[in-house]
Design a protein around this ligand. Structure first.
Ligand code: APR
Ligand code: PHB
Length: 389
């Protein structure tokens, strides 16, 4: 097969990029290892910045998001004693959209059938070749039969474990990593949320987050040591712990119910540079990971895709390669700011096992400062709602 852009990975990054290129008349194919059902079974964060909402609008795929999503003009930081309200709308004039990432993926998948975006599910043994040249190609197998895609560019949208990043030679690349000493145990339940906005809590027993998917579906998290197993946390124990960590007001409004999903995810900060090598452009989790505090993962994938689609459209439409050359620097400038924000919110809201009284006093002082300073609240709000692309 011959195409212009071969996209590896059919998660949100790969599907968004595929739709944007397809809409510009650029030939592309998406190669995905798993089935569509497998991808839709993954529960991920659910707070969308304007960049993500804007891409769905541009594609004309925003109808369900607008009907079912919940616009949020603020969120809360709790520290065991008080609730600090960050009025994002008043401080920035912007809002975020609470809409599950799984639903975004479903909307993109449904539209690929309707619009004729070619997505190959069950692509095995995907391998990248000749990425240093102007004529790279990708090989894979379907039911044991070898296939080959010749293209001008490869977009590596294959997440943290995919083959794309590994195709970039170590001598020209650099990795930056921070692994955190805890994971997030999440529970999804068909119960009304305890608050109309999100609450991030730093309690002496640890972190907790009250989030939601709709008026009748809630998502909660606590942090746990990496040695814990989901089996150690029957629903009742988890609800009890959430009630303590979120504080008495939230606990009084918290409805308990059976979990529909419960899992532990490790926390990591990771950046790979550069995000382009030769004819390969990396987008999303293949190039960077953020801890979930602040929900930047999907939104960063969306901003990468925004820059990548712009660069590929200029290349194929006007024979202009400037934006391809600038892609890595442009994407990384925004990635690093989101990494900083996710890291600092993680640092502020979790009790790290290695922390002593000094580190705790710094957290208290920072929360006091945030509670009393509009400048500090504006800084948090503008990062939370998403920095400009
Ligand atoms: N061949 C083909 N596809 C692959 C391969 C491979 N060898 N390895 C991984 N993939 C696919 C995965 O099956 C997955 O569907 O690439 C896709 C990557 O999707 P995500 O991991 O969701 O990453 P991304 O699209 O960058 O999304 C970024 O969404 O998934 C969340 O946590 C993520 O919030 C982040 C954001
Ligand atoms: C979620 O709803 O799953 C969620 C919300 C906010 C976060 C992380 C996860 O920071």
């Amino acid at each position: 097969m011959k195409t212009q852009v071969c996209i590896i990975g059919g998660g949100p990054a790969g599907l968004l990029l595929g739709h944007l290129l397809h809409a510009e008349g650029i030939a592309c194919v998406v190669l995905e290892r798993h089935t569509a059902a497998h991808i839709l079974a993954r529960i991920r964060a659910g707070v969308l910045e304007q960049v993500t909402v804007g891409l769905m609008e541009r594609l004309g795929l925003d109808a369900r998001m607008k009907a079912e999503g919940l616009p949020h003009g603020g969120f809360n930081l709790a520290d065991g004693e008080r609730l600090i309200h960050i009025d994002v709308a008043a401080l920035t004039g912007k809002q975020v959209m609470v809409y599950g990432q799984t639903e975004i993926t479903r909307d993109l998948m449904d539209a690929s059938d309707e619009r004729g975006l070619q997505v190959v599910y069950g692509a095995q043994d995907v391998a990248l070749h000749d990425i240093d040249s102007d004529a790279p190609y990708v090989t894979y197998a379907i039911e044991g039969v070898r296939q080959r895609v010749d293209c001008r560019f490869i977009a590596g949208c294959d997440g943290f474990h995919g083959p794309s990043r590994k195709a970039v030679p170590a001598r020209v690349s650099k990795e930056f990593e921070r692994v955190y000493p805890f994971g997030w145990l999440g529970i999804l339940a068909d119960v009304a949320p305890c608050n109309h906005e999100l609450i991030y809590a730093n309690h002496e027993r640890g972190f907790a987050l009250a989030s939601m998917r709709s008026a009748t579906r809630s998502r909660y998290y606590i942090d746990v040591p990496l040695t814990e197993k989901v089996e150690d946390w029957p629903d009742d124990r988890l609800w009890d712990e959430l009630a303590i960590r979120l504080g008495p007001d939230a606990a009084a409004n918290m409805t308990r119910g059976p979990s529909i999903e419960k899992s532990i995810a490790p926390l990591r900060s990771f950046v790979f540079a550069p995000m382009r090598h030769g004819s390969l452009l990396l987008c999303g989790d293949s190039a960077h990971i953020v801890p979930p505090t602040g929900a930047k993962g999907l939104n960063l994938a969306a901003s990468d895709v925004h820059y990548a689609a712009h660069a590929l459209t200029a290349f194929f439409g006007r024979n202009d390669a400037e934006a391809i050359g600038a892609y890595s620097d442009r994407a990384l400038a925004r990635v690093w700011k989101a990494e900083r924000f996710s890291w600092s919110l993680t640092r502020l809201m979790h009790r790290f096992p290695e922390d002593g009284p000094f580190e705790r006093a710094m957290q208290v002082a920072e929360l006091d400062y945030i509670a009393s300073s509009q400048a500090a609240q504006t800084s948090i709000a503008e990062n939370y709602v998403g920095l400009p692309v």
